[in-house]
Design a protein around this ligand. Structure first.
Ligand SMILES: Nc1ncnc2c1ncn2[C@@H]1O[C@H](COP(=O)(O)OP(=O)(O)OP(=O)(O)O)[C@@H](O)[C@H]1O
Ligand SMILES: [Mg+2]
Length: 364
């Protein structure tokens, strides 16, 4: 497929993805815009028209990229490989973490009998914490893809209701649904929004934590095949009762990517883009302290530099090392600031023993 036909098909795919996965939709729009520019070279008499449409797609893609997915989403049905679903191959580096997840999440759900034989419970809760943009949500999605079980993705803020009693009902309903279709992974993203420390909360918000505690205790006893994953970048704000054994007793720190991981992330993002030969090792060295999200931003900005120029000149050109370097120079990582805040908050609450990893990281 080529030319306008390909553009049309990309736009259709983008439209279909707009609500489900805005980032994926944005990628299709970017690709369609690039393809249209290519068409304009072959049909110079329609250049102006094509450039105008490409600009619209590009604007739409930019809006979509800023849009976060909200609402409760059922991402996977068991054994169903959905378009856009993730697995561990999509995660650069973090090998030890993947092994831990295999042992603590995937295998217990896949082989509950084996785990029971050795006196180990399948199910329970795991809390992932770490700086923003370093892959917590990506890991949860990839875990679901690897395990091939039902996966319920819910943002803390989506369960929260301003009406008294509603949040607890939402939580109870969620667990009930999950129980009915187990084996299931429930993933609470932005966990601090509902699992926040009760001493800091309004009375009706305390009930949400109480409901979560009840449900989590149930997970350990009645429901062997229900696993609850939670992610937060404010671990100090999570109610301490939720972090006890049998609830979210296991905490996993998701660190910023090291140089090797940064190389893999940069390569995986740029693989599908038209680039000159890029020196990924050098780019990784220049992005010390950058999160995965920062790296994604760097790549998208470099693409935009090349695309904007192509829109202006009507000529396609490859994305260059220089585009990547200018993009890096214009990107500031938020990680040093986050670590400073995290250490301060953890010290203030005397939680150093629970979150030691925060003090072991040395940022330049
Ligand atoms: N190890 C990694 N490999 C590949 N991509 C990564 C990795 N870490 C982060 N990314 C990319 O960076 C972006 C941000 O990651 P993600 O949304 O999972 O971060 P997060 O830890 O959940 O952040 P937040 O705390 O803000 O929710 C994603 O687009 C993801 O694809
Ligand atoms: Mg996230």
């Amino acid at each position: 497929m080529c030319g306008e036909e390909k553009v049309l098909s990309l736009v259709q795919m983008a439209k279909a993805k707009e609500n489900l996965d805005p980032c994926e939709a944005a990628r299709y729009y970017f690709e369609a815009a690039g393809e249209l520019l290519h068409c304009s070279q072959e049909k110079p008499h329609r250049t102006e028209e094509f450039i105008e449409v490409a600009q619209k797609m590009y604007d739409r893609a930019t809006i979509l990229r800023k849009q976060e997915k909200s609402t409760i989403t059922f991402l996977h049905q068991p054994n169903e490989k959905k378009d856009g679903s993730k697995n561990f191959k999509d995660i650069g580096g973090l090998e030890q973490l993947k092994d831990q997840i295999r042992l603590k999440i995937i295998e217990p759900l896949k082989q509950p009998d084996l785990f029971r034989y050795y006196g180990k419970q399948a199910g329970g809760g795991i809390l992932m914490y770490g700086p923003p943009g370093c892959g917590k949500t990506l890991i949860a999605k990839a875990t679901a893809g690897e395990a091939g079980v039902h996966f319920i993705h819910v943002k803390g803020s989506d369960l929260k209701s301003k009406y008294v009693g509603e949040t607890e009902k939402n939580i109870a309903q969620l667990f009930e649904n999950a129980r009915q279709m187990q084996p299931t992974i429930i993933f609470f993203d932005e966990f601090e929004a509902i699992g926040g420390d009760r001493t800091d909360a309004a009375p009706h918000e305390r009930n949400a934590v109480a409901q979560l505690l009840t449900e989590m205790d149930g997970v350990d006893t009645k429901n062997q095949q229900l696993l609850v994953l939670a992610a937060t970048n404010e671990p100090w704000a999570i109610d301490s009762a939720l972090r006890r054994e049998g609830r979210f007793g296991v905490t996993l720190f998701i660190p910023p990517p090291d140089a090797h991981t940064r190389t893999e992330i940069l390569e995986s993002i740029m693989r599908s883009r038209p680039t000159e030969r890029l020196q990924y090792g050098l780019l990784a060295t220049m992005t010390d302290n950058f999160s995965g999200a920062d790296l994604k931003g760097v790549c998208e900005n470099a693409v935009e530099i090349a695309l904007t120029q192509s829109l202006k000149t009507g000529k396609r050109r490859l994305i260059t090392m220089q585009d990547m370097i200018s993009s890096i120079t214009n990107t500031k990582s938020v990680l040093p600031q986050w670590f400073a805040k995290a250490q301060e908050q953890v010290r203030k609450r005397h939680l150093q023993d629970s979150f030691q990893e925060l003090f072991e990281m040395v940022l330049a």
